[in-house]
Ligand binder design. Structure first.
Ligand code: THU
Length: 167
């Protein structure tokens, strides 16, 4: 058999926070603000996510940890489950994610300085959860905030090639 090598290319954009259009900056700001509602008792890692809905509303969520570790939930799933429960049938257009921890910062660091220098990226489970809404309503743009740059992916699908689709 002749083995064929194939390749998947993921395209994304990178820019500085200041270069984002104002509406995107507002969404990133909402994700950063949402980190204030994180319950990061065990990891000390505060994550916020904000989703722009087709009705213009912004729905945000933060990670919620639990003493029984696997029972906790990431910011992205908190946000998309809340968004769908609050506005069923309304498309999700964009999601922004931001995270900070004091772990790598000096004690005098400001809140702003504690944000990750490079963006964090949603875990596999969150990608799968978000993908469900993307399939229902169309592409969800993903904005990942880092102090040194924002990564912009055109869709959740771009972050999850060969995703599980149907049974
Ligand atoms: N976490 C998120 O909320 N989103 C991510 O994209 C990555 C990880 C949370 C889960 C846990 O509460 C903490 O960050 C440390 O992993």
């Amino acid at each position: 058999m002749l083995m064929k090598e194939k390749e998947i290319v993921i395209r994304y954009a990178q820019c500085a926070y200041d270069e984002l259009p104002e509406a995107d900056r507002r969404l990133v700001d909402a994700a950063r603000e949402a980190t204030r509602n994180s319950l990061a008792t065990y990891s000390g890692f505060h994550v916020g996510a904000a989703i722009l809905m087709a009705n213009g509303e912004i729905v945000s969520g933060a990670n919620q940890e639990n003493a029984a570790y696997p029972s906790g939930t990431c910011a992205e799933r908190t946000a998309c489950f809340y968004a769908s429960a609050r506005y069923p049938g309304v498309a999700m257009l964009k999601i922004a994610v931001a995270a900070w921890t004091r772990d790598h910062a000096c004690p005098e660091a400001t809140w702003e300085e504690c944000f990750q220098a490079l963006p964090i990226s949603p875990c596999g489970a969150c990608r799968q959860a978000l993908l469900e809404y993307e399939r229902m309503y169309g592409p969800i743009e993903v904005l990942l905030y880092g102090r040194e740059g924002v990564y912009i992916f055109p869709s959740v699908g771009a972050l999850l090639p060969f995703s599980f689709t149907e049974f």
